[in-house]
Ligand binder design. Structure first.
Ligand code: AP5
Ligand code: ZN
Length: 214
């Protein structure tokens, strides 16, 4: 099963993508995580991406598309995958469709996790990310067992640089302008499914499983 997660920054795409990947035993491919790993490791790609990310802007399409097309061509993706944070622009969606069509494939579902902007602002301020493994928590909605310490790897949790309130506002603006048009794009393709992302994390997941089929 090949799935795209759509939704505003902080809508819960990453949270749900991880659960989908675990349940259906398919890779979770997050372009945000790939960029953050590159920034942490000081790569050329990381240096280029960081200048955009810290401002809440999208990384240029040409830095993203080949990376994802290569990744989905790998052996572990042959039974499907869940894309989180990609595509984010119409040109990215078109490039993905073209690359898949060339090998006789297409995406199965685009799931829009729908959350109004007011809820997003509150969520982002409470999000904490692990400096070690990148796991994501929330002070209120997804707390760790020991405050400030990752449940998985025991490392420290931080507020992401781009989760500061001014940058969140900017990212929301960029989302409405550049990413929201994908809702129409995948509606036209007949694969859009919408879930209410304002309910509890497990209830959002149950709704998604209901759409995908057990
Ligand atoms: P990326 O990492 O993809 O950021 P994003 O899309 O802004 O998404 P987030 O990771 O912020 O949020 P999410 O929807 O995954 O929410 P989460 O599950 O964490 O990208 C970062 C940057 O990289 C971009 O700004 C851009 O610069 C660049 N980039 C990446 N991909 C790109 C591309 N394709 N093209 C160009 N540039 C690209 O949840 C948020 C919080 O809420 C968490 O704390 C969570 O615990 C909590 N939560 C989740 N669900 C619920 C719920 N149901 N109820 C209560 N709390 C919840
Ligand atoms: Zn960790």
């Amino acid at each position: 099963m090949k799935i795209i997660m759509l939704g505003a920054p902080g809508a819960g795409k990453g949270t749900q993508a991880k659960k989908i990947a675990a349940k259906y035993n398919i890779p979770h491919i997050s372009t945000g995580d790939i960029f953050r790993a590159n920034i942490k490791n000081g790569t050329e790609l990381g240096k280029k991406a960081q200048t955009y990310m810290d401002q809440g802007l999208l990384v240029p399409d040409e830095l993203v598309v080949d990376l994802v097309v290569d990744r989905v061509g790998q052996e572990d993706c042959k039974d499907g995958y869940v894309l989180d944070g990609f595509p984010r622009t119409i040109p990215q969606a078109e490039a993905l469709d073209k690359a898949l069509a060339a090998i006789g494939e297409k995406m199965d579902f685009a799931i829009d996790v729908d959350v109004p902007d007011e809820n997003i602002i509150r969520r982002m301020g409470g999000r904490r990310a692990c400096v070690g493994c990148g796991a994501t928590y929330h002070l209120e909605y997804a707390p760790t067992k020991v405050e400030g310490i990752c449940d998985t790897c025991g490392k420290e949790l931080i507020l992401r640089e781009d989760d500061k309130p001014e940058t969140v506002q900017k990212r929301l603006g960029v989302y409405h302008e550049q990413t929201q048009p994908l809702i129409d794009y995948y509606t036209a393709a007949g694969i859009l499914r919408t879930v209410d992302g304002t309910v509890d994390i497990n209830d959002v997941f149950q709704a998604i499983v209901g759409l995908l089929g057990a």
